[in-house]
Design a protein around this ligand. Structure first.
Ligand code: PHE
Length: 402
């Protein structure tokens, strides 16, 4: 098709107009789009989450399930109280609870999941030292504060500045029991029997041995086993031959009850001693008569007259129909310690929350398991109690200040 000049000019004008129109349209479109994106980006930066999401990692199943169940109950009670009172910084708290089955590999998995998928700002847990030692390095690398309620091995908070706890540590606990044995029970000869593959039991055994020797006592036998072992007759026979006054068993309630039964079966009369791992109602059920008369160090006593402690016990009993054990009391303290840290931070930001927790710890925190301040490694300096297993109950014997 041939076009004359004016026709060609018309097409030219038309296509020019079209071009301008397209350009203007494209410009407006891209600007409005950019504006939109920018607005959303800006919103993202200043947007505070609607709720404060906190992760909990604890053994709800497995060999120390009562520890995790107690922790869960206490945490849920604390959350209810806090939310009923309006939350923290005007926001409600939401918890995501994960079961690590007291398996360090699982602890690592659930800590990653809580941080990467659930986007929690802080974590309570784990419970045993071996699990905290697996989870805390991850939380540290991701700058998420993690507060263990009950991991007592000294290495736990050395994993980094985001690692905290609300319990005393094992060098203190080992010393408390060594002193108690030597000075109050008049023991001169002690034996120890522990799980060589568990940081908690191994560490606690070592601290007990060191203190007992320093006091002038004699360690007549040091025997070990592995977690999978259930027959301790060989070790106990060797211990029996050394005739100790006391046998220190720094493991959790299941193993301790089993060992105690086998020891009594062999005719061993020595007094059994232990640490916080004994604290479970299952200890009497599984250990029965064999564990009667034993002593162990713990984080709190239900007979503590402190009004704050008694109020907690009362509330817990009303809610769950049972008295809280040390794990529940420590779980409750860990949660409130974190809440104080968030308040101190004044915003829902993990780095600020870490600083907040540290500041609260340094200034001093008062919980249902007592008061504490933290040392340079964020370890609470606080009292321990010695309890006696008597008539299927834990009787308060004494309180030991640090
Ligand atoms: N202290 C134990 C550990 O570090 C855990 C524990 C604490 C168990 C308190 C019972 C009571 O592994």
């Amino acid at each position: 098709m041939k076009l004359n000049f004016s026709e060609r000019k018309g097409v030219f004008i038309l296509s020019k107009r079209l071009l301008v129109l397209i350009t203007v349209f494209a410009l407006v479109f891209s600007l409005s789009f950019a504006g939109c994106a920018k607005k959303e980006g800006a919103k993202e930066e200043t947007k505070e989450p609607e709720v404060i999401k906190i992760g909990v990692v604890t053994p709800l199943t497995g060999d120390v399930a009562t520890f995790g169940q107690s922790t869960k109950k206490a945490v849920e009670m604390a959350v209810e109280e806090i939310n009923a009172a309006g939350g923290v910084l005007g926001k409600k708290i939401e918890v995501v609870i994960e079961d690590d089955r007291n398996d360090p590999k699982e602890t690592a998995n659930v800590v990653r999941k809580l941080i990467d998928q659930d986007k929690v700002v802080a974590i309570i847990g784990s419970l045993t030292s071996k699990c905290s030692l697996a989870g805390m390095p991850i939380a540290n690398a991701k700058k998420i504060p993690m507060i263990s309620n009950a991991s007592t091995n000294p290495k736990v908070t050395l994993t980094g500045p985001y690692a905290f706890r609300v319990c005393f540590i094992d060098d203190f606990q080992g010393q408390v029991m060594a002193k108690f044995a030597y000075e109050e029970l008049g023991a001169k000869k002690a034996a120890v029997l522990y799980d060589i593959g568990n940081d908690y039991t191994k560490g606690l055994a070592e601290y007990f041995v060191k203190s007992f020797k320093e006091l002038g006592g004699e360690i007549v036998a040091e025997e070990t086993y592995q977690q999978a072992d259930n027959d301790f007759n060989a070790q106990l026979t060797s211990i029996k031959g050394k005739n100790p006054d006391v046998i220190f068993l720094p493991d959790y309630y299941q193993k301790v009850s089993l060992i105690a039964k086998q020891a009594r079966g062999l005719g061993i009369k020595a007094t059994f001693l232990g640490g916080d791992g004994w604290d479970s109602p299952e200890l009497f059920k599984l250990g029965g008569e064999a564990i009667e008369g034993g002593y162990f160090s713990n984080h709190y006593s239900q007979q503590d007259p402190d009004p704050k402690t008694q109020e907690f016990i009362k509330k817990f009993e009303e809610k769950y129909g049972e008295k809280p054990d040390a794990l529940a009391a420590l779980g409750y303290d860990a949660f409130y310690y974190l809440v104080e840290g968030i308040k101190k931070a004044g915003k829902v930001d993990s780095v600020a929350i870490r600083d907040g927790i540290e500041a609260v710890g340094k200034a001093g925190f008062s919980g249902v398991t007592g008061k504490f301040t933290i040392d340079e490694n964020r370890n609470p300096i606080k009292a321990a109690v010695v309890l006696k297993v008597e008539g299927g109950q834990f009787k308060f014997v004494k309180r030991v200040e640090p």
